[in-house]
Design a protein around this ligand. Structure first.
Ligand code: R5P
Length: 310
C-alpha cells in the first residue's frame, strides 16, 4: 500500500512541504467551484493507497469543512485503501459542549461527518479540546506543536520570563511549555462575554517584573490575549510581551489588537499565510511534525513523543 498525500485548497503550501519531507509526489486534486458556490473536487488515482488528506478547517471554515468531506468521499469512491483526515487546525472544536439549552455540539457533528465521509483516522494538532478524541468513533491522533514553538522561542527568550495561560483551558499547554522554557507558570481567569469580547478577571501566580510569554492553542479575534495582557500590566509584569499560539486565525481586528499589546508573536503554519494580513508574525512550520506522524502511521508505528499532553 503506497503512501499518498492529497492536498485540499485550505493550505496547499503546508501539504506540499509535508510531501517533500516524505519524498512522495502528492496525488492530483482539483477543486472546481461552481457559480452558486458548490464545490466539486476530483482526485487522481489513489486506488489501493494509504491516503492522507491534508486540510485545516480554518477560515473560511464552512467551505473548508465541506471541501474536506467531499475530498474524503472522492478518495473513498476512487478506491483508496485507508484514508486519514489530517486536520491540523480543527474548526468547531470549541463547540465541545452545550453552554445553554438550544445549542449544538459542533465538534461532535464534525467528527461524525468526517467518519461518514470516509475518514478511518483523524490527525489534529493542539486541538482546542482533548475531548475530541473521545468524541471520535475512529482513532484520533492529537499531535502537539509545543516543542516546535518552544524551539522557536529559545533564540530570543527574555530573561526572567513567566509562561502565562490566558484562560483555564490553556493551563495544560502552559505546563507543557514551562519546563521547555525553564519558567514558572501564571494563569489568568477569563470569562467570554461574546464572540469578540472577553473579560479577564483574576491572575494566579507571580508576574511582577517578569516578561510574560502568553501561550494559547489558537488566536481568533485577539480578545483573549488583549484581556490577559491588560491583567498582566495591572500586576506590574514587564512591558515586553511574547505571544505564542499553535493556530493563528487572526480574524477581524486581531492584527491591530495584537500589534498594540505584543512585542513578539509566534504561530505555526497550520493555517495558510493569507489568513494573517497586516501583522508581523514569526511562523514555525509543522510540516516536519506532520511528516514524521504520517510516516509513522503509514508504517504502523507508535506516535509516542509527538502526541499532545492531555
Ligand atoms: C478559547 O478558550 C481558546 O483557547 C482561545 O483562547 C480563544 O478561542 C481565542 O479566541 P479570541 O482570540 O477570539 O479571544
Amino acid at each position: 500500500m503506497s503512501l499518498r498525500i492529497v492536498a485540499g485548497t485550505a493550505n496547499p503550501s503546508l501539504a506540499a512541504a509535508v510531501a517533500v519531507a516524505l519524498s512522495c509526489e502528492p496525488a492530483a486534486c482539483e477543486v472546481e467551484r461552481f457559480p452558486d458556490g458548490e464545490l466539486r473536487p476530483v482526485v487522481g488515482d489513489v486506488r489501493g493507497d494509504d491516503v492522507y488528506v491534508i486540510e485545516p478547517t480554518g477560515p473560511a471554515v464552512s467551505d473548508h469543512v465541506v471541501e474536506l468531506l467531499l475530498v474524503l468521499d472522492a478518495c473513498r469512491r476512487a478506491g483508496a485503501d485507508r484514508i486519514t483526515a489530517v486536520v491540523p487546525y480543527f474548526g468547531y472544536a470549541r463547540q465541545d459542549r452545550r453552554n445553554r439549552s438550544g445549542e449544538a455540539v459542533g465538534a461532535r457533528v464534525m467528527v461524525d461527518a468526517l467518519g461518514a465521509a470516509g475518514a478511518r483516522r483523524l490527525v489534529v494538532v493542539d486541538p482546542h479540546t482533548a475531548a475530541l478524541e473521545a468524541m471520535c468513533s475512529v482513532p484520533a491522533e492529537m499531535l502537539t506543536a509545543v516543542p516546535v514553538l518552544a524551539r522557536g522561542l529559545e533564540s530570543a527568550m527574555p530573561g526572567r520570563a513567566v509562561v502565562v495561560a490566558p484562560d483555564l483551558g490553556a493551563v495544560k499547554l502552559a505546563e507543557h511549555y514551562a519546563p521547555l522554557l525553564r519558567c514558572p507558570v501564571a494563569v489568568v481567569r477569563k470569562r467570554r462575554v461574546s464572540g469578540e469580547a472577553v473579560r479577564a478577571e483574576e491572575l494566579v501566580g507571580e508576574v511582577e517584573d517578569r516578561a510574560p510569554v502568553v501561550v494559547d492553542d489558537m488566536i481568533s479575534t485577539g480578545a483573549t490575549i488583549e484581556a490577559a495582557v491588560r491583567v498582566l500590566r495591572a500586576h506590574a509584569a514587564a512591558a515586553e510581551v511574547v505571544v505564542v499560539a499553535t493556530h493563528g486565525l487572526l480574524v477581524g481586528s486581531a492584527p491591530e489588537r495584537l500589534a498594540a499589546v505584543t512585542s513578539r508573536l509566534l504561530v505555526t503554519d497550520s493555517l495558510s499565510r493569507a489568513d494573517r494580513p497586516g501583522l508581523e508574525v514569526e511562523v514555525r512550520s509543522i510540516a516536519p511534525l506532520l511528516a514524521d506522524a504520517i510516516g509513522r502511521l503509514h508504517r504502523d508505528e507508535d506516535l509516542g513523543d509527538l502526541r499532545a499532553r492531555s
